[in-house]
Design a protein around this ligand. Structure first.
Ligand SMILES: [Zn+2]
Length: 140
């Protein structure tokens, strides 16, 4: 998935889940930066997590494998419902993915049409008008 596709996907789910006004960024972290227990099977050794600043209404999703809809929905639900258990988040993630399946594939089409805007670095800024504006100058 390209950066722009990720950008559009995150924007899409921000809208569906109702996190407009939030700034959601994603950051690809090196696989080796996470230390795992030896008992964890290799296939389960990956990290997707979210750091949330409620005061600033911003959150950053860290991931060491490519993001997909499931990861994004899961992390955004943690942002939206801080008191939900992991089980509640998982159930709602599955429900939302199923419910929005058709809508989401439509979204993917428009992504293809705008590939020329692709850039190496994006994050996700949601303004008052709910427009998603790529910010390529973020100092990370
Ligand atoms: Zn979780």
């Amino acid at each position: 998935m390209t950066n722009l596709e990720t950008h559009d996907m995150v924007g899409y789910w921000i809208d569906v889940i109702g996190l407009n006004g939030w700034t959601i960024t994603t950051e690809h972290i090196p696989i080796m930066s996470v230390v795992y227990e030896k008992s964890i099977p290799f296939r389960d050794r990956y990290f997707v997590g979210v750091e949330i600043d409620r005061e600033l209404m911003s959150a950053r999703i860290y991931h060491d494998r490519p993001l997909n809809g499931e990861y994004v929905v899961h992390e955004l639900l943690h942002v939206k419902y801080p008191n939900w258990s992991e089980d509640q988040v998982n159930v709602e993630t599955e429900r939302l993915l199923k419910q929005n399946k058709d809508d989401y594939s439509f979204t993917r089409v428009s992504v293809e049409e705008r590939q020329r805007e692709r850039s190496d670095k994006y994050d996700y800024l949601i303004g008052d008008d709910d427009d998603i504006k790529p910010n390529q100058n973020k100092d990370e």
